[in-house]
Design a protein around this ligand. Structure first.
Ligand code: ZN
Length: 133
């Protein structure tokens, strides 16, 4: 069953909300990292301008927020697919991912079957499969 327009709308809302929450967390993390660094540089005058994206990403990396960043990237990709009208289509087999799975993970790019195969072929020995992805 393809997604109904209403289901797509609900998922889009979930994505937007999750994205806003993540962005908030990431900004806070960046701020914390920046403040830490200013403390390290006590005495040196902080440069107020010149804030580049590289700096922000560096801050985020230092704040150990890689997990949030990769989730954010997944959500950004999902928004792109929504715009292009390919949302809900499996990357691997081109089939439908399914509403239930997307509701559990709106950034999913594979259907349940392909995800199972992916986890089987990519799992590290002894590690737990990350079924939430
Ligand atoms: Zn598939």
């Amino acid at each position: 069953m393809a997604l109904t327009p209403q289901q797509t709308q609900e998922l889009q809302k979930t994505i937007e909300q999750r994205r806003a929450a993540l962005l908030g967390e990431l900004r806070e993390g960046a701020e914390r990292a920046r403040n830490d660094r200013f403390e390290d540089l006590a005495g040196a005058a902080p440069d107020p301008g010149d804030e580049s994206v590289a700096t922000l990403i560096g801050d985020l990396n230092h704040a150990d927020m890689g997990r949030d960043l990769s989730e954010l990237r997944g959500l950004e990709a999902a928004r792109g697919r929504l715009r292009e009208g390919t949302y809900g289509t499996c990357d691997e087999c081109g089939g439908e991912i399914g509403y239930e799975r997307l509701r559990a993970n709106p950034a999913a790019t594979r259907c349940v079957e392909c995800q199972r195969v992916y986890e089987k072929t990519h799992a590290e020995p002894g590690s737990t499969p990350r079924s939430s992805l």
